[in-house]
Design a protein around this ligand. Structure first.
Ligand code: SF4
Ligand code: SF4
Ligand code: SF4
Length: 352
């Protein structure tokens, strides 16, 4: 509800500021999905919580190794979220009558993504492949995508304080598009075939068939078929979906409708968002400027220190030179006086 309220407020604000002008994309009130879009079907009745999917995701995406190895299943004792080093995590749920049940968590690659609706610079894009991509080069770091996502997915990387970025599952799209992989790493690694990769339409058929053939094994619903307008990551479960941490109150309205548009809503509000988010962007920019200023101050300090050290060295050298000079003068004066005294003595001797 928080996300929906947030999106609704965005829509109301945008609509108000747009002074009733209809969005170009408003006509696109329903997005049927890209025909060849792929996705993944997760079958909770098959998952054994082995974390092989987590390990493979970490490997194929070349992420930092976690503190505890992937075969350490004690991590399942705590509910985890995806983070900058984990595009996916598996959580364990104790369900009455069913015991331990596991669910894999990652970006659901929504058909009409809330993250994209909330992003005024279009850093997120629904690709025809089915993936929701993220372009860090245009991201301004406002983190509205994190607030908007109904599944609490986007994480934030703070490794580089000057250019932080949003982190989430890519559906292995870049690896598949470049020919490095044919299926997502997690799907390949699953020893129980709890994950199936394929066209979303076909995954829905497989899911429906499993439910039809084993009605006692499955809840009669495919989570993601309609939730928030549908997702490309789909779920089957043997226990109620809310028992495995999935929000069953999201409704079927796609996120962009809350912003009074569809996939193109971003274009509608592009002229408004900078005003709405100006403060936030300003803060981000200030932070960045502060970081830059801090660096420049450090350089200036170093130069000043060097100059001061140089000045001290020079002064010391000059003092030494002055002291040397004084000593030389003194010595020369003494020498001259001694010679003068000697000459005087010699003169007096000649006279006597
Ligand atoms: S699950 Fe969240 S991050 Fe992923 S596409 Fe949907 S709204 Fe965006
Ligand atoms: S699809 Fe790729 S990026 Fe997403 S969880 Fe699976 S391995 Fe990780
Ligand atoms: S690899 Fe398969 S069985 Fe193991 S935790 Fe992941 S989804 Fe579940």
């Amino acid at each position: 509800m928080l996300r929906r309220t947030f999106l609704g407020l965005l829509g109301a604000t945008a609509a108000g500021l747009a002074a009733g002008k209809p969005a170009a994309a408003a006509a696109n009130t329903h997005f049927g999905g890209y025909p060849d879009a792929k996705g993944v079907l997760f079958d909770g009745t098959r998952c054994i919580g082995c974390r092989k999917c987590e390990g493979k995701c970490n490997e194929v995406n070349e992420l930092k190794a976690p503190e505890k190895p992937f075969d350490d299943l004690t991590v399942l004792d705590e509910k985890r979220r995806t983070n900058q080093y984990a595009y996916t995590v598996v959580n364990k749920y104790e369900v009455e009558g069913a015991g331990s049940v596991f669910r894999k968590i990652q970006c659901n690659h929504c058909m009409e993504p809330a993250c994209a609706s909330a992003c005024f610079v279009s850093a997120f894009k629904k690709e025809p492949s089915g993936a929701v991509s993220y372009n860090e080069s245009v991201c301004v770091g406002c983190r509205y995508c994190m607030v908007a996502c109904p599944f609490y997915v986007p994480a934030y990387s703070y490794d580089d304080p000057i250019t932080p970025k949003v982190i989430k599952c890519t559906l292995c799209d870049p690896l598949i598009a470049s020919g490095k992989r044919t299926i997502p790493g997690c799907v390949e690694a699953c020893p129980k075939e709890a994950l199936v990769y394929g066209k979303r339409d076909e995954l829905l058929k497989i899911a429906n068939e499993r439910i039809h053939r084993n009605p006692d094994r499955y809840v009669d619903h495919i989570y993601g078929e309609t939730e928030m307008g549908g997702t490309n990551w789909l779920y089957l479960s043997g226990v109620p979906f809310d028992e495995i941490g999935l929000d069953t109150h999201l409704g079927t309205t796609p996120a962009p409708k809350f912003t009074k548009g569809a996939l193109g809503a971003v274009a509608m509000v592009v002229g408004i968002w900078p005003v709405l988010l100006g403060g936030i962007y300003g803060v981000t920019k200030v932070t960045r400027n502060e970081a830059t200023k801090a660096r420049m101050d450090a350089v200036a300090d170093a130069i000043a220190t060097t100059k001061a050290e140089d000045a001290a060295t020079l002064k010391s050298a000059m003092d030494k030179a002055a002291a040397d000079k004084a000593a030389t003068v003194e010595r020369e004066v003494k020498k001259a006086l001694a010679e003068a005294a000697k000459a005087q003595e010699a003169a007096e001797g000649e006279e006597g």
